[in-house]
Design a protein around this ligand. Structure first.
Ligand code: DON
Length: 524
């Protein structure tokens, strides 16, 4: 299940050829770098959750980007949370991450997993309406680099559905990765191209940064909700911890005794979101740099104490909750996919370039985009305000540090076996999308289709607003929520949550693509 029919097909081909879900996921990740350049990538990073049937354990392959050794607020002066360009590039993690997942869990030869993407890049893909729209929109951005225009610009003509996007430089790069492995990207010919590109554009990333980059196998975050085990990625993603806090708080309320679309349920969700996102700002960052009180944050007692402060007669003002860290009182693009196989492996992967098309820098001659993930650090250190600026210490920029993420690929286990796989793009909204798909299935017994389609809300502590997807079911309770003191703002869409439900009794997978962008499910 992914945003791209071609990538989904490649995943399926790999399973048919005897690969497991991890092989399929690696092949899909490379394919998405060709078919979905807004977020599919080799120049970005992410998190892959893997259920291994042999050990019955869930693992996280963490391949988050890292700040270059020379990156400081001083050397990156001028960068803000919305910047693009060479200075916003973090050391990419994707290729090392896919290598680690494959080395540890894969079955087919590495080259077989990269070659389908080589062919897509070489032969070209047919551009459908969503890609045409997305490319035409980004090509109007003032920071698009000359090389990006050459590679994605269609010779100056707007893209139309039916056009062909051929990527010969990317095909060459991927062929080198197929033949020589990840080292070619970090220490070989591709590293050289990246370093040259950085020098040309005034970036601070060096050959040494690439050579020293490592992906990690990290223990995931585990929550228990209604007897299910929910696994999400650990720091440097905030996803697992924030999701676990929210689920643990909700476990104290009989959610299914209320209507899913009552003002009371939506109020409760918003209150839970606020409290967990405040902790995100307070405590979370790169665990190699920051001491995070994980045990306490994940404990039942802590969730209970947070839940006790929720009132049903009024919204708690966000300012009241996080007084001590507020300094100013006035005051997309990622992609997610999932794969499950008949041998019991299950994979839930989210990876990204940060904003749509990342830094807008294409490596000259390499044919691939680099991320602008450096913008995920706190760019107003010392200043946290009502407009949503976060300046808290755990996620301040330091050399060689990983920036805090919200990516939340999720694996839910029932009786120690995969039951639900979900996740989403959407920046800070990601965690709340994963939460809502999860409770729609586990607490409200919705079918997976309903759970994915159901309208979503999002609260991130600051700004103190419930953002919601326009839907009759939410519009009708908006006045009641406003009476409780909530502010609401309607948006077009929140997230894109391709999901799988595993029916282990009937040995059957139910896959549902989220139609909010363009998705494809497939099985055999
Ligand atoms: O890791 C993160 O939290 C962000 N860089 C994700 C960005 C994102 O989802 C943008 N997309 N829609």
């Amino acid at each position: 299940m992914s945003v791209s029919p071609e990538a989904t097909q490649i995943g399926l081909d790999i399973l048919r050829a005897g690969g497991n879900a991890v092989d399929a996921a690696v092949a899909m990740a490379f394919a998405l770098a060709v078919t979905f350049p807004a977020a599919g990538n080799i120049g970005g990073g992410g998190f892959m959750m893997i259920y291994d049937p042999q050990s019955a354990q869930v693992y996280t392959v963490e391949y988050r980007e890292t700040a270059p050794a020379a990156a400081t607020y001083e050397t990156l002066r001028g960068v803000t949370a919305t910047s693009r360009g060479h200075k916003t590039v973090g050391v990419p993690g994707t290729v090392r991450g896919l290598e680690l997942a494959h080395r540890r869990f894969g079955r087919l030869p590495w080259a077989d997993l990269v070659r389908p993407a080589v062919r897509l890049a070489e032969e070209g893909i047919v551009v459908r309406a969503p890609l045409a729209r997305s490319l035409n929109a980004i090509l109007r951005h003032p920071d698009v680099s000359a090389e990006m225009r050459r590679v994605y610009g269609n010779n100056g003509r707007p893209w139309k559905p039916g056009d062909r996007l051929v990527q010969p430089d990317l095909a060459k790069t991927l062929e080198i990765i197929a033949r020589e492995g990840a080292d070619a990207f970090y220490e070989g010919p591709i590293a050289e191209l990246i370093v040259r590109e950085m020098k040309r554009g005034g970036g601070v990333l060096t050959a040494q940064d690439l050579a020293r980059y490592r992906a990690h196998l990290r223990p995931p975050i585990r929550a228990v909700y209604r007897g299910f085990e929910i696994y999400g990625p650990p720091p440097p993603s905030s996803g697992g911890v924030v999701l676990a806090e929210m689920l643990h708080m909700l476990d104290g309320f009989d959610l299914d005794r209320r209507s899913r679309w009552s003002a009371e349920t939506l109020h409760l969700l918003a209150e839970v979101m606020k409290r967990a996102y405040l902790d995100r700002a307070r405590y979370l960052g790169d665990p190699d740099f920051v001491r995070i009180p994980l045990q306490r944050l994940l404990s039942r007692d802590y969730a209970r104490s947070l839940a006790q402060s929720i009132r049903f007669d009024r919204a708690t003002p966000a300012e009241e909750l996080g007084k001590e860290i507020l300094t100013n009182r006035e005051g997309q693009h990622t992609t997610h996919f999932v794969v499950a196989d008949s041998t019991g492996f299950a994979v839930s992967n989210t990876y990204t370039l940060q904003d749509s098309y990342g830094s807008l820098v294409v490596v000259r001659g390499g044919g691939f985009l680099l991320n602008n993930e450096m913008t995920d650090f706190n760019w107003t250190p010392g200043r946290t305000d009502a407009s949503g600026n976060i300046g808290t210490p755990p996620n301040v920029l330091e050399p060689n540090k990983r920036m805090l993420s919200s990516q939340t690929p999720v694996i839910v286990l029932r009786d120690r076996k995969p039951y639900l796989l979900t996740g989403s793009p959407g920046g800070r909204t990601i965690i709340n999308t994963s939460l809502q798909v999860t409770i729609n299935v586990l607490a409200f017994q919705m079918s997976l289709r309903e759970a994915v389609d159901a309208p979503r809300i999002h609260h991130q502590w600051m700004p103190d607003v419930i953002v919601y997807e326009g839907a009759e079911r939410i519009e009708v309770v908006r006045p009641a929520l406003e009476r409780l003191g909530h502010q609401l703002r309607r948006v077009g869409r929140i997230g894109d949550a391709h999901s799988v439900l595993v029916d282990s009794v009937h040995r059957r997978f139910v896959g549902e693509a989220d139609g909010r962008i363009e998705g494809a499910a497939a099985a055999f």
